[in-house]
Design a protein around this ligand. Structure first.
Ligand code: ZN
Length: 239
């Protein structure tokens, strides 16, 4: 059952926010709905520093360009999860260089990491008085990685709510939409100005490239993340 907008007006949300297109769409979605919104990022040494810098720029641009959202945007949190490096493939396999796998993820990928991220987020949310976690997990574009699946997150929502003895809702607004529909979602939330903000300030490229600006934003243009983003934008423009 979907709660009415009124039911959300007093709730506080914590958004898993990486500074990429998807989590920026989630942040705007949450700012539209909830009374107060805080953001959480994870620093686990895999992503480029540029992404952590983009997080702060996106936050400040959202607040500047959309004052009503700025009034709701609360604290930002950055958790050091460098310990994930100890259980990644590269750490467990000697002399293996960080490389891109056929599935489009770096081999430093940690299985089930979204379960870890959301559990840390829930603990923080509880302490911050937030009862909603918002994440950009999606079944549509990532071949249904098991820890991104809707049923996995539904089960985790129940486990977290029981374990905390407090309601903890996991919202995933992108779960069943395509990348093209993500652009349409941000347009519906903040018009062309929000899509321009996404293009100009969010970062998705796996290689950390921000020198070349394409119609869809900055990136190398050839890594799996750039290809996905470019294809989604082209589809969005075509419709
Ligand atoms: Zn790229």
């Amino acid at each position: 059952m979907t709660a009415s907008p009124q039911a959300n007006t007093s709730r506080k949300a914590l958004v898993l926010f990486s500074g990429g297109q998807d989590s920026t769409a989630c942040l705007a979605w949450a700012l539209q709905r909830y009374a107060e919104v805080e953001t959480l990022g994870f620093d686990y040494g895999q992503r480029h520093r540029i992404e952590l810098e983009c997080r702060l720029t996106v936050r400040s641009e959202l607040a500047r360009q959309f004052p009503a959202w700025g009034a709701k945007l609360g604290e930002d949190h950055l958790l050091d999860l460098s310990l994930l490096g100890q259980i990644s493939d590269t750490a467990l396999t000697e002399d293996r260089a960080i490389a891109m796998q056929a599935n489009g993820l770096p081999n430093t990928f940690v299985p089930g990491r979204n379960l870890l991220f959301l559990s840390f987020a829930a603990t923080l949310a509880y302490r911050r008085g937030a009862s909603v976690l918002v994440g950009g997990m999606c079944e549509t574009d990532f071949s249904g990685y098991p820890d991104c699946r809707d049923n996995t997150l539904k089960a985790l929502q129940v486990a977290l709510s029981l374990g905390l003895d407090a309601p903890m809702t996991i919202e995933t607004p992108l779960m069943f939409i395509t990348k093209a529909q993500t652009w349409a979602l941000t347009e519906s939330l903040g018009g062309a100005a929000l899509n321009d903000l996404v293009i100009e300030h969010t970062h998705t490229c796996y290689l950390g490239e921000r020198k070349t600006r394409h119609a869809w934003g900055y990136g190398c243009g050839s890594c799996p993340a750039c290809e996905l983003r470019a294809r989604g934008h082209a589809e969005y423009i075509a419709t």
